[in-house]
Design a protein around this ligand. Structure first.
Ligand SMILES: CC(C)(COP(=O)(O)OP(=O)(O)OC[C@H]1O[C@@H](n2cnc3c(N)ncnc32)[C@H](O)[C@@H]1OP(=O)(O)O)[C@@H](O)C(=O)NCCC(=O)NCCS
Length: 231
């Protein structure tokens, strides 16, 4: 196999220089996925040793309310463990990538070390070719509302269009997650797609889920408009 993983195929004519250089030589993580980088973050594919850390993150109040939410997922740790194992397998197979989000050196404090603060990922939705779903969370409260979510969503979206041949990139969120909505729609250019009524629950009440997406044509326009320039 060449230095660039077979499952990471730069799209012809794509403006993907920084992503391709991320793949050259040594810059790969589990499953041959590239280590992605933004100004302040690295996204490194998760491995088995990271799962414990993720279970701890699931206890963060913001992650519980806005990411996990459904009661069944909270009350059954075995179910979570099984889910993580499946995610890790799928990451190895390349149909999904499950990253830890790491603050780069010097971001938290001038001489601070690298530090994981959350997770993010994508998977192929399986309904039509080229449709991918993203997800993410930042588990430490003090790192919310600092533009990091915007960096993550943009970098994953860019990677999927430029290098994985995506046709559509989508994400969904609990309708009460107004911060998520602002990040995805207003700051990252996702277009509102649908509302699934009472499709999730939190503390015994049902809530709607919202979905937004970007198609390849829209991505090209967003790039032209500078929303998806290099970070
Ligand atoms: C959702 C999430 C990924 C966004 O990342 P982030 O780094 O906090 O987001 P950003 O700072 O890039 O953007 C958030 C924007 O929402 C705004 N915002 C915050 N609370 C808000 C609210 N209640 N209503 C509307 N906007 C809000 C922020 O001010 C910011 O906008 P601005 O830059 O114009 O000021 C992150 O907040 C998170 O992980 N939350 C907890 C778990 C979660 O919700 N995961 C996503 C599940 S779909």
């Amino acid at each position: 196999m060449s230095a660039i993983s077979a499952r990471f195929l730069p799209v012809e004519g794509g403006d993907n220089t920084h992503l391709i250089s991320a793949m050259r030589g040594h810059n790969q993580s589990a499953g041959g996925h590239p280590i992605l980088e933004t100004d302040r973050l690295k996204l490194v594919a998760m491995e088995k040793d990271d799962v414990e850390q993720m279970s701890r993150w699931d206890e963060s109040p913001d992650v519980r309310k806005y990411f996990v939410a459904n009661a069944y997922a909270l009350s059954e740790p075995e179910r979570e463990k099984e889910m993580f194992d499946t995610w890790l397998e799928e990451t190895e197979k390349g149909v999904m990538c499950f990253y830890k989000v790491v603050l780069k050196k010097g971001v938290a404090a001038k001489r601070g070390k690298e530090r994981p603060i959350g997770m993010a990922g994508w998977h192929q939705t399986g309904d039509i070719p080229g449709r991918y779903e993203l997800w993410l969370y930042i588990a430490e409260g003090k790192w919310l509302n600092k533009g990091l979510g915007t960096e993550i969503v943009k970098e994953l979206t860019r990677a999927l269009f430029e290098c994985y041949g995506a046709h559509t990139v989508m994400l969904c969120w609990h309708a009460y997650n107004l911060r998520g909505r602002r990040c995805y729609i207003d700051k990252c250019g996702f277009k509102y797609e649908a509302r699934r009524r009472e499709a999730t629950s939190w503390e015994g009440e049902y809530f709607d889920m919202e979905i937004a997406s970007i198609t390849r044509e829209e991505y090209k326009r967003l790039k032209k408009d500078g929303v998806y320039g290099d970070t």
